[in-house]
Design a protein around this ligand. Structure first.
Ligand SMILES: Cc1ncc(COP(=O)(O)O)c(C=O)c1O
Length: 398
């Protein structure tokens, strides 16, 4: 939209401060080509390729048949909040209680509410790069300033307490952590996470730990900052059922935090969406309380897909790629091709991959880096092979 039109509409400053999600934009471009009948290999998906497990679907059907169709408490039913706390306490040795849990309409909604209740105009929020696209815009919408923490790819995008300490000012309100990370798949060492949390606690700074990929960790040990019980008073753990149980469309996420914070988030939620869908809440209870075998099965398949795609990417001359230790994204470095064949940016690379060989990827700029594209490997091996072959041909022409 042009500035003139925007001014004529007199939209708010706060909505003009943000941009549409770069991931959604890449998905829309790929869709356009597909609608023209073009065979696109789609590597943009920020979601599992698995269907939702059967026992979860059955719980939702039973909820519909049982007329569980009324409003619930804004923060979710007591049954669901207890199930969220219990699952986390069992899996991570944390000690959350019902009052410290709020269920929202997806993890993004929980994050949005958390930032709105914690970040004021002019507050600084430390955000490690590369970052998931929505962090920056949600912080800006609240009037906060993102203070970017640059990381080193050669060090696996590592974030340490010393790096964080250098960026702290009197205006620092919060630090965002996201391990495993979207887009890089990097997993923070538990020691590094502990040091950051300890530092933040000492300085009275909030840590928002987005752990929506916490169960998709291939480094050997799932770790949640929620297990650091002694630092709870400045900590928010943000979670989601989207990736863990292949439930992206169902929209169920949560936050665990001091009850004063979950209470404020519930107040905000009471003036917007109210409760997450009643039926979905029943399905979520089944997911959290049922067998976790489905999570393990999906995790094992992601590991195989990861190994396959990384091997394929690294075999393309000019491409380098760190080994992702979690989530389901590869973040290859394509900087060797910048300056060749008229390519100036990751967006150029992504755009030409789509137009010329019909492979959809997400350019790194949306995640704060110019040298990468994001490739989701949450798809079949056969589809990944088709994508890799097309990419190999494209890069060979440069
Ligand atoms: C890092 C991260 N946080 C949060 C979310 C939000 O997921 P949802 O709103 O589906 O729970 C996503 C989704 O892609 C994500 O990658």
């Amino acid at each position: 939209m042009t500035t003139a039109t925007t001014e004529a509409l007199r939209l708010t400053d706060r909505v003009n401060r943000i941009e549409p999600s770069a991931t959604m934009a890449a998905v829309a471009e790929a869709d356009k080509l597909r609608q023209q009948g073009i065979d696109v290999v789609d590597c943009t998906a920020g979601e599992p390729h698995f269907p939702t497990p059967q026992h979860i679907k059955e719980a939702a059907i039973a909820a519909i048949q049982g007329n569980f169709s009324k409003y619930t408490a804004v923060a979710g039913t007591a049954e669901l909040r207890d199930a969220i706390a219990h699952r986390h306490n069992v899996d991570f040795d944390s000690d959350y209680r019902r009052e410290e849990v709020i269920a929202s309409v997806g993890g993004k909604h929980a994050l949005f509410n958390a930032i709105q209740v914690l970040v004021d105009h002019g507050d600084e929020v430390i955000l490690p790069v590369p970052y998931w696209v929505s962090f920056k815009d949600i912080i800006r919408y609240a009037g906060g300033n993102c203070v970017l923490l640059e990381t080193d790819e050669a060090q696996g995008f590592r974030v340490t307490a010393e790096m964080v300490a250098r960026l702290i000012t009197s205006r620092t309100k919060a630090i965002i952590l996201n391990s495993p990370s979207n887009p890089s798949g990097a997993v923070m060492k538990p020691e590094d996470m502990t040091e950051v949390i300890r530092l933040a606690h000492q300085r009275g700074i909030w840590v928002l730990s987005d752990e929506c990929y916490v169960y998709l960790n291939y480094s050997g040990r799932n770790f949640s900052v929620g297990s650091l019980r002694e630092y709870k008073e400045r900590l928010l753990v943000l979670g989601s059922l989207s990736k863990t149980y292949a439930m992206t469309g169902w929209r169920l996420g949560y936050a665990m935090a001091p009850s004063a914070v979950t209470g404020a988030m519930a107040k905000l939620q009471s003036q917007s969406t109210s409760n997450p869908t009643s039926i979905v809440q029943k399905a979520a209870v089944a997911a959290l309380k049922g067998s976790q075998q489905c999570v393990e099965e999906m995790r094992r398949e992601y590991i195989q897909l990861r190994d396959h795609v990384i091997q394929g990417l690294r075999s393309i001359p000019g491409i380098t790629c760190t080994m992702p230790e979690g989530a389901f994204y590869a973040y290859p470095n394509i900087s060797a091709f910048l300056g060749r064949g008229g390519l100036k940016s990751a967006s150029d690379v992504s755009g030409r991959l789509l137009r010329e060989v019909h492979v959809a990827t997400v350019p790194g700029e949306g995640f704060g880096t110019n040298d990468h594209i994001r490739i989701s490997y949450a798809t079949s091996k056969a589809e990944l092979d088709r994508g890799l072959e097309r990419m190999r041909k494209f890069f060979a022409t440069l």
